[in-house]
Design a protein around this ligand. Structure first.
Ligand code: SF4
Ligand code: SF4
Length: 318
């Protein structure tokens, strides 16, 4: 049976007949990229880059934008799995495949470029091997014909390359989120299709720290979760800590992995309040069902009388 790396590797459209080799942190590979290469910026002219939560935090801060504005202006939504788990890709300039941040002199957001840009020409992924609970980090070299960096005479280990590209902090900040995505993808039919509400929460906790910051200060959140004021203030002021907290919150909501203390009376009040909402929702669904039945009955009667007028004998035979 193929493991996840082998399955994904076989789906990547390689132009080279050589299949990528799985690397670990101490594996060496030959590659270098610098402004002197003849292909400089070629890789930014045809992009397909998935953004991580920490990519978004860094980019929106770089551009001094609110998360909602950044997402609206510079990303394109896509679904990460067949249940509609929301993902975001970096936008391209209108009518082209060129990155929206590519300028005359190169990358205009270079100090805060996304983690996929830092890794290139390495690919990186978390893989849960068959029968193992742990998610393993694996790496592979991506060979694309336009990239001349593979001919540069520089050899480094994956560990050295990651350090030189400043990618370690990105992996650290995104690790829990990556594990949530893998768990959600592989949770199987016992958990079933996620509700729209859980997908909305996933979206906010992954890509919109400004809304999440407002959410944790709301009365509804504070009625249910028992966070000391000091902790709440720290989260409001420190966006990196807020991002990590949002992943804890997601794990609690999606998988029942409790790490945020709850106020039991708040939970009970919420259940009581929800009972009212569920009752209303049920009544609304019943009302819509009745209306739909009446509409179908009316259409059938209309069709019947139209047929009767056009062919009275046929109707007599019915
Ligand atoms: S963000 Fe910068 S490095 Fe990444 S594809 Fe765009 S221009 Fe290139
Ligand atoms: S060497 Fe590769 S990564 Fe560097 S600019 Fe050229 S295409 Fe991009």
């Amino acid at each position: 049976m193929k493991d996840e790396f082998e399955q994904i590797r076989d789906e990547i459209p390689y132009s080279s007949p050589v299949k990528p080799v799985q690397l670990n942190l101490d594996s060496e590979f030959q590659f270098d990229c610098h402004p002197g290469v003849s292909c400089f910026n070629e890789c930014c002219r045809s992009i397909d880059i998935q953004l991580t939560p920490y990519d978004i935090v860094r980019l929106k801060r770089h551009l001094h934008l609110d998360a909602r504005e950044f997402v609206a202006r510079y990303t394109v939504p896509f679904e990460m799995d067949h249940h509609g788990m929301p993902g975001l890709k970096l936008a391209t300039k209108p009518g082209t495949t060129e990155c929206v941040f590519l300028g005359e002199e190169g990358c205009t957001v270079y100090p805060d470029r996304p983690s996929a840009c830092r890794y290139y020409a390495l690919g990186a992924m978390g893989v849960r091997k068959v029968g193992e609970p742990r998610v393993e980090d694996i790496y592979f070299v991506v060979h694309e014909p336009h990239c001349k960096g593979h001919a540069e005479p520089v050899r480094r280990t994956v560990r050295e390359y990651r350090k030189s590209q400043g990618v370690e902090i990105y992996d650290e900040m995104n690790r829990e989120w990556r594990d949530i995505v893998i768990k959600k993808r592989t949770s199987g039919p016992t958990i079933g299709a996620p509700s729209e509400r859980s997908m909305q929460l996933f979206d906010m906790c992954s890509y919109d720290m400004d809304s999440f910051r407002e959410f944790i200060q709301s009365e509804g959140f504070r009625a249910v979760f028992d966070l000391p004021d000091e902790e709440l203030n720290r989260l409001v002021e420190d966006e990196d800590a807020l991002l990590q907290f949002s992943f804890r919150f997601l794990k609690q909501v999606l998988f029942g992995e409790f790490s945020i203390p709850r106020r039991e009376e708040g939970v009970q009040q919420r259940i009581e309040a929800r009972k009212h909402i569920w009752k209303k929702r049920k009544e609304e669904m019943e009302r819509r069902y009745r209306e739909e039945m009446e509409r179908l009955k009316y259409e059938e009667e209309q069709q019947f009388s139209a047929e009767k007028q056009s062919d009275p004998q046929a109707q007599a035979r019915r």
